[in-house]
Design a protein around this ligand. Structure first.
Ligand code: IPE
Ligand code: IPE
Ligand code: MG
Length: 258
């Protein structure tokens, strides 16, 4: 990893790196981490970090769309995040309402289509309505897909898929030996993303280097870039740096490099 990826000080960044327009990762997935620590460092309540993080989502959505990324998946709330204090959870549940209220016209202007994956039926009614409206309002956009993982957890996702497939076997519609890797993929929440279901690049901010139950099946051959800045201070420039690093990796998929 390049040392400047872990450098918070923008003034020490090297000059802007040129990206290869023919090697932009089609699916970029981001674990947006560090909102709480960003706020606490400034003696603000944790929710102030979530609010600032929402502004970062707007910036990065536009930057990703301009780069030609096809799918931007953002991990917004995990199935484990319900463990947090009620006030914080309530705030996080209201954020999509504020976000879409404000940002849907810009999404449409940028030709960005909203998709949401996760156990959305467990979200508060207002959140569900905001999500459903955003999906409907952007359904004709055919540019980048902005895919929110909201009440998403990969173990739950895989468990649900296994249950569905097991029912087909039980009903005699399917033989166990006919279960394929493609069939499993087709039962996951990323299936609607078609050829872009598996992320090419996964970015995690805030310096933590773990997956936290995110897209466990789909990341089999993803490239990982871990970066020190917290999500509220993430910038288009940092996204470019992650893509630059991606472009200098050699993806082998188990084979040999040409
Ligand atoms: C990421 O920031 C946002 C969510 C998980 C909802 P955190 O809230 O996890 O911030 P830290 O990791 O505690 O700093
Ligand atoms: C992962 O961050 C989930 C999201 C970014 C939504 P967490 O902050 O919940 O992960 P852990 O608890 O540090 O592993
Ligand atoms: Mg965190």
């Amino acid at each position: 990893m390049f040392s400047w990826l872990n450098n918070n000080n923008q003034s020490e960044m090297p000059e802007k790196k040129e990206l290869d327009p023919d090697n932009i990762p089609a699916h970029v997935a981001i674990i947006m981490d560090g909102n709480g620590r960003w706020a606490q460092k400034r003696h603000l309540p944790r929710v102030a970090g979530h609010k600032q993080g929402m502004n970062t989502v707007k910036t990065i959505t536009k930057a990703a769309s301009n780069l030609g990324i096809k799918v931007l998946t953002l991990y917004a709330f995990s199935t484990e995040n319900w463990k947090r204090p009620e006030d914080e959870v309530n705030y996080l549940m209201k954020l999509p309402v504020d976000f879409f209220d404000d940002f849907v016209p810009e999404l449409i202007a940028n030709n960005v289509r909203v998709n949401v994956m996760g156990y959305t039926d467990q979200l508060p009614q207002k959140t569900q309505t905001a999500v459903a409206n955003a999906i409907k309002d952007t359904q004709d956009c055919d540019g980048m897909v902005l895919n929110f993982a909201l009440n998403y957890g990969s173990r739950a996702e895989i468990t649900t898929a296994v249950q569905t497939i097991a029912k087909s076997v039980q009903q005699g519609e399917l033989k166990p030996e006919d279960i394929s890797s493609e069939m499993i993929s087709a039962h996951l929440m990323t299936a609607p993303l078609g050829q872009y279901q598996d992320p090419d690049l996964v970015i995690r901010t805030s310096g933590e280097e773990r997956i936290s139950n995110f897209l466990l099946w789909q990341i089999a051959y993803s490239e990982f870039v871990f970066m020190a800045p917290h999500w509220p201070e993430f910038t288009a420039d940092l996204l470019n740096q992650a893509v630059y690093e991606y472009q200098h990796r050699k993806r082998r998929f188990g084979g040999l490099t040409k």
